[in-house]
Design a protein around this ligand. Structure first.
Ligand SMILES: CC(C)(COP(=O)(O)OP(=O)(O)OC[C@H]1O[C@@H](n2cnc3c(N)ncnc32)[C@H](O)[C@@H]1OP(=O)(O)O)[C@@H](O)C(=O)NCCC(=O)NCCS
Length: 206
């Protein structure tokens, strides 16, 4: 594999130091043999990830450990219609946090859809599953990257839809917000408090 392109990030995992790269031509031959045991994610990385990245539909990052494609994640911008009960809770929590700052300005939101970063696809190579690699990937890259994205582009948290990995996300602190009749569920990882703290500091900066 050619590695003359620079990694976007480096993270420590149970496999040692791993590198995160934006999807790139150098990795094309590795995508075709990737197997995480789920057809949807395998199909995505083998057939669609390149086109979706190049046309701005999403951004796929590859996790390279020991020069091997250990996993990938794909993000999109998204606008999500939260259920009224949950939306009310978010609205009140935001209001409370904002009011704590004591600024001469009001807080309210009347719209139902709120901006999130969509964790569209996530896969860990079958041979590396069950070793904590997925958890490290989420904690050390996916959450920090999403926070940076939300601060720069405006979003309030991470949204993910899954049928196959509900407990995985629950263990990482994602909150169940919707279950459908087909066994799928939406999980949300809130980042608005972190966004507020960072933006508040910038807002006050002299
Ligand atoms: C889900 C996935 C990313 C997890 O990666 P991983 O490296 O195997 O996960 P970890 O080893 O970090 O597991 C962390 C915990 O989550 C649990 N877990 C992992 N995969 C799980 C799954 N599919 N369902 C339920 N729990 C799961 C583990 O048992 C472990 O629990 P523990 O901490 O109590 O031991 C990986 O199994 C995968 O690629 N699956 C196929 C694709 C998929 O389902 N993607 C998610 C939907 S987008």
């Amino acid at each position: 594999m050619s590695t003359n392109i620079q990694p976007y990030d480096t993270i420590s995992t149970p496999l040692g130091n791993c590198y995160i790269y934006t999807i790139h031509l150098s990795f094309l031959n590795r995508l075709g043999s990737f197997d995480c045991g789920e057809e949807e994610q395998n199909d995505f990385i083998k057939r669609f990830a390149v086109g979706h990245y190049l046309t701005g539909i999403n951004h796929t990052f590859l996790l390279i450990c020991n020069n091997d494609l250990a996993g990938f994640v794909s993000f999109s911008s998204y606008s999500y219609a939260f259920a009224e009960g949950f939306l009310g809770k978010i609205r009140e929590a935001m209001k409370k946090e904002f009011n704590k700052k004591g600024l001469p300005h009001e807080f309210d939101i009347s719209f139902k859809k709120l901006p999130v970063i969509l964790l569209g696809q996530l896969g860990i190579n079958k041979i590396y599953q069950g070793k904590g690699v997925g958890s490290f990937f989420v904690r050390s890259f996916i959450i920090p990257y999403s926070l940076g994205y939300c601060i720069r582009n405006s979003c309030i948290g991470i949204l993910v839809y899954t049928k196959t990995a509900k407990e995985f996300y629950e263990k990482l602190g994602f909150q169940l917000i919707y279950e459908d009749k087909n066994g799928g569920a939406n999980y949300f990882y809130s980042l608005y408090k972190n966004v507020l703290e960072v933006r508040y500091r910038t807002f006050l900066a002299k």
